[in-house]
Design a protein around this ligand. Structure first.
Ligand SMILES: Nc1nc2c(ncn2[C@@H]2O[C@H](COP(=O)(O)OP(=O)(O)O)[C@@H](O)[C@H]2O)c(=O)[nH]1
Ligand SMILES: [Mg+2]
Length: 437
């Protein structure tokens, strides 16, 4: 399972986030750990080597403004993984089209024919699936049942031995927006299979020729992708059975290496177990930090920088204070941010989640204040506190807690008289100021 790979990568990154500072040794160790994880996931050794070299090269580049070395290393790992696992999310057009599926026996073509039909049906297009597998016994019934289950039209000719005859006859009848043709497979990439698929291609003149590849063959996906591409010029790839193997990373990297566009991945046996392959999201999940890109971008955002500066000068109001705590929290999980700031490992996860909950409440509290109160919190007496609690659907102690955090942070900031702070220091300050992380 991919979880294995994911856990190994997360462990390796976890070691780095626990360190005070990141030196060459730490990066070397990190690279070794991730390389080992990728190799065990059947990623090609040359790709893995290049991956390692790129990280070692980039890890000690000049730091972009506002970033710590740790964040930079994390970002580099993320970017290099994205580089080997794919680039952009595929664009899936919703215009009427004809689709031909090909792939070896057992790769998941028939199940995937149904999944694709379901996908387009959900987008409001009418769909038909056509059984052109005249080799495998019961192929007809399998697709017929799946079509019935998801409510799309089914076409086929039970006792006709020629796939081409079936296709010609059925095409005359079909009027749907989307036509999906399921073909037969063979155990190996033999000439019969390729000849048949090329004849079907000539008859159908498909808009999309999709190769279905099972993830469990790992990097051998490259051989299949290349062979089908040569014969048929496949336009897209679907990688199936991502749930059932640890070699999924190997299959994805191998496909991407051949420049095949991976359109969907499937992860289960039902018609719903398919998702668009978005490499960036995929990698973010793999490394365990959702929205990492957004987080990195946001951390650099000017608004945050300016409120951070105000806090450093002890000259800040409730708006600035809230922005510092929640500005980053709103784009990702609070624990993700704490990890980036290098404090995540020191705090139990549930505490961070509690803080995130609290931050949501603080937003309601802030929204219930007048602009004057936000600028000058000293105005907030007992009766205003009552009004704010009522207006925000919180309690008076919760409003007081928010204000206390603000005052504590302000006091700390004055005492320390910090003029030059980096993001890590800001986290420490907020923590000392009463934030419980
Ligand atoms: N676990 C898992 N099994 C799958 C997936 N996709 C297909 N299968 C199973 O793989 C087997 C072969 O699938 P099938 O669609 O008949 O392959 P075909 O011979 O290429 O048409 C079936 O038992 C499917 O249920 C998947 O994403 N995950
Ligand atoms: Mg089949």
């Amino acid at each position: 399972m991919l979880e294995n790979l994911s856990n190994k990568i997360k462990d390796a990154l976890g070691k780095i986030t626990k360190m005070g500072s990141v030196d060459k040794q730490a990066v070397d160790d990190l690279v070794e750990d991730i390389k080992r994880a990728l190799l065990s996931g059947d990623v090609n050794v040359h790709l893995v080597d290049d991956f390692g070299k790129n990280i070692e090269k980039k890890a000690f580049e000049k730091l972009p403004a506002g970033m710590t070395r740790k964040e930079h290393v994390l970002k580099t790992v993320y970017e290099e993984l994205t580089n080997i696992l794919g680039s952009e999310k595929p664009v899936i057009s919703l215009k009427p089209k004809k689709i031909l599926l090909c792939g070896l026996f057992g790769s998941g073509k028939t199940s995937t024919a149904a999944r694709i039909a379901r996908y387009y049906k959900k987008q409001g297009l009418s769909c038909a699936v056509v059984c052109c597998d005249t080799v495998r016994p019961a192929a007809y019934e399998q697709l017929e049942q799946l079509a019935k289950k998801i409510g799309v039209q089914f076409y086929g000719q039970k006792d006709e031995p020629s796939a081409e005859v079936v296709l010609k006859n059925q095409l005359k009848k079909i009027k749907t927006d989307i036509i999906i043709v399921d073909s037969s497979g063979r155990d190996a990439l033999d000439k019969d299979l390729i000849d048949e698929i090329m004849r079907l291609n000539d008859i159908l003149k498909p808009d999309e020729k999709i190769l279905v590849i099972p993830a469990d063959i790992g990097q051998a996906a490259k051989i299949q992708a290349e062979a089908f591409h040569k014969a048929l010029n496949v336009t897209d790839v679907i990688v199936t059975k991502m749930d059932a193997t640890g070699k999924g990373g190997g299959a994805l990297t191998a496909c991407y290496e051949t420049n095949a566009k991976i359109m969907f991945i499937t992860k289960g046996e039902t018609p719903d177990d398919m998702e668009i392959y978005d490499p960036k999201k995929f990698v973010a999940r793999l490394v365990g930090i959702p929205d990492i890109e957004t987080i990195v971008e946001k951390a650099k955002a000017a608004g945050l920088e300016s409120s951070a500066k105000k806090i450093m000068k002890a000259d800040f109001d409730l708006n600035d204070f809230y922005e510092q705590i929640a500005g980053v929290g709103q784009v990702g999980s609070f624990s993700g941010i704490a990890d980036m700031l290098g404090v995540g490992n020191k705090v139990p996860k549930d505490m961070l989640e509690k803080q995130q909950e609290k931050t949501k409440k603080w937003k309601f509290i802030l929204d219930s204040m007048t602009p004057k109160e936000k600028n000058n919190p000293d105005l907030i007496d007992a009766s205003r506190t009552r009004r704010i609690a009522k207006g925000s659907g919180t309690s008076e102690p919760e409003v007081k807690e928010f204000l206390n955090n603000y005052y504590k942070t302000k006091k700390m900031s004055k005492q320390l008289g910090l003029s030059k702070m980096r993001q890590g220091d800001m986290a420490k300050l907020l923590r000392k100021g009463g934030l419980k992380f």
